[in-house]
Design a protein. Structure first.
Length: 318
């Protein structure tokens, strides 16, 4: 089982040296979580930590966990299988599930199901949600292929930007990720249809140069310091110089299943979450790393080596 791991080092993490040992505190079903299989983590505008799991949505105030399941007048959650989270500048928390999209309005503490295509009988499996620099909401969804939807901040409804039909005989493994570069382009990585770039102004889209030997993209991270794109896949980590260069494999992570890529506390630091090798603190300049994993005799180590989500909150907690 996979567990949410909170790193309580506060201010210390901002000044720690490369290779510094980190101590972990664990939050699990024993503390009230609805499931130990964590899919995403987010902090909202008023400080709550939202935790998406494979069996329910949770909200954590630093002391107690509340299961947010649509009861007690909270509104409707599209499905208990929650995949991804995002928060906009208005304080709304967008929740992607296996059967559609819900949104939590922090002003009234209530939730509602939000249709992507205006059809109440359409059920999309939501892979990722991204809020762009203009507060537009981008949603990557699956239903017979990959759908990309957009709702701008001044719009009421979503519109479909593209639909990428599944390749013949290939419909296994739904992963995907959305990020934005410094020029406002939206990058979409998919597990079956490669890498795509969308001009967020005029909305034309095009497929980008990608390695056909590693098409199964799981996560994207835009490096604001170098202007490059880091691409996690089911067979390793890649670095791509924008806009059109070929992606280069990072040998250290060759053949590893990368689940998450997240910014570190230093310009040259990335946190890399893997499927079974634990957490890596990776120095992108030197290629060196520190690895954190499960250790049976160390209670402050990771509880499991599968790292599916990484998040750094406003208090400096990873």
């Amino acid at each position: 089982m996979r567990n949410l791991v909170l790193l309580f080092v506060g201010w210390f993490i901002q000044i720690c040296l490369w290779g510094q040992e980190l101590n972990f505190r664990h939050l699990s079903v024993e503390n009230g979580l609805s499931s130990n299989h964590i899919t995403d983590v987010l902090q909202d505008s008023i400080g709550f930590i939202w935790i998406a799991t494979a069996n329910g949505l949770n909200r954590y105030d630093g002391y107690e966990v509340e299961v947010v399941d649509g009861t007690n007048g909270q509104g409707d959650l599209a499905s208990s299988v929650t995949n991804c989270l995002a928060s906009d500048t208005r304080g709304n928390v967008w929740i992607g599930t296996r059967r559609g999209l819900s949104v939590w309005d922090t002003r009234v503490a209530a939730m509602a199901i939000f249709s992507l295509d205006g059809n109440a009988n359409s059920f999309y499996n939501i892979g990722d949600i991204y809020i762009d620099q203009q507060d537009g909401v981008w949603v990557l969804a699956e239903q017979g292929g990959f759908h990309l939807f957009l709702k701008r901040a001044n719009e009421t409804n979503f519109r479909r930007i593209f639909f990428l039909k599944d390749p013949p005989g290939d419909s296994k493994g739904f992963y995907g990720s959305i990020v934005e570069d410094r020029d406002g382009n939206i990058w979409v990585g998919t597990s079956r249809r490669g890498l795509w770039r969308v001009d967020s102004k005029d909305l034309p889209f095009q497929e980008e140069l990608w390695d056909p030997a590693a098409p199964l993209i799981t996560s994207l991270y835009f490096d604001v310091h170098t202007g490059g794109l880091w691409v996690g896949t089911l067979s390793g980590l890649y670095r791509k110089k924008l806009p059109h260069s070929k992606a280069e494999e990072v040998p250290l992570f060759n053949k590893q299943i990368i689940r998450s890529v997240y910014a570190g506390t230093h310009p040259d630091q990335l946190f890399i979450g893997t499927d079974d090798q634990g957490l890596f603190s990776f120095n992108t300049s030197t290629g060196t790393y520190t690895k954190y994993g499960y250790q049976l005799e160390v209670p402050t180590s990771l509880r499991h080596n599968a790292i599916t989500a990484i998040y750094h909150d406003k208090q400096g907690i990873l």
